[in-house]
Design a protein around this ligand. Structure first.
Ligand code: DX5
Ligand code: ZN
Length: 208
């Protein structure tokens, strides 16, 4: 299992702390991009992100935005490994998938806690990753919603050619529920203490 670290809950010295985080043993840096429309909160724009991050870790962009194309156009410039958008946006899903692919960036499709896996079945052959939200998007530090476990099971049973990523409420306890996913997004559990120590504890849980 790979770890994608979210810095959404870091409150102080953001740039320095993101630097620290990227020097840790993580596989991706997860960018939580919110527009204040698709979700209530608003995070960083592209200029702020460019100023905040250095490029020594692969990027995993999570767009919680309504105007998806505008953000793809901006964030593709960072050469991320993945751009993930939400199935719940009011746009043509297949068209967005094809748009991201044009830039040779892997496509992720995300579902909120109340969206069923069945709804996205038509798109599964065309995506590289499915992001199961295990909290309502918009905020770090929430509790893991356990219905995500059934969704992961369903996505596994469908045996598609996509990675499964889970995002929200993951810590040393809840990681036990999602041991067979490909990527775990972890935010506040890591950033609420000594990053290296927290990552070590998570890895001990993953690898025993
Ligand atoms: C929520 C974000 C998540 C979140 C993860 O909208 O997509 O990435 O910040 O943080 P924790 O691990 O604190 O739930
Ligand atoms: Zn996220």
């Amino acid at each position: 299992m790979k770890i994608s670290a979210s810095f959404l809950s870091i409150k102080d010295n953001l740039k320095e702390n993101i630097d620290l985080l990227t020097k840790c043993d993580i596989d991706y840096l997860h960018l939580d991009i919110m527009d204040g429309v698709f979700v209530k909160n608003k995070t960083w724009n592209i200029l702020e992100i460019k100023n905040l991050i250095n490029h020594n870790k692969p990027l995993d962009v999570h767009l919680m935005v309504s105007d998806v194309y505008k953000y793809i156009d901006e964030f593709k410039e960072l050469n991320p490994d993945f751009i993930t958008f939400h199935y719940e946006v009011d746009l043509d899903i297949m068209d967005i998938i094809n748009y991201i692919k044009k830039f040779n960036i892997k496509v992720g499709l995300s579902i909120k806690p109340n969206t069923k896996v069945e709804e996205i079945i038509p798109y599964l052959p065309f995506v590289d990753l499915v992001l199961v939200m295990s909290v309502e998007p918009g905020l770090g530090g929430q509790q893991f919603i356990t219905n995500s476990v059934d969704k992961i099971k369903k996505l596994k049973e469908l045996k598609g050619n996509y990675l499964i990523e889970v995002d929200g409420g993951i810590n040393v306890q809840t990681i036990d529920l999602i041991k067979d996913v490909d990527i775990a997004v972890i935010g506040s559990y890591i950033t609420s203490g000594d990053y290296k120590e927290k990552i070590k504890m998570i890895k001990e849980k993953i690898y025993g």
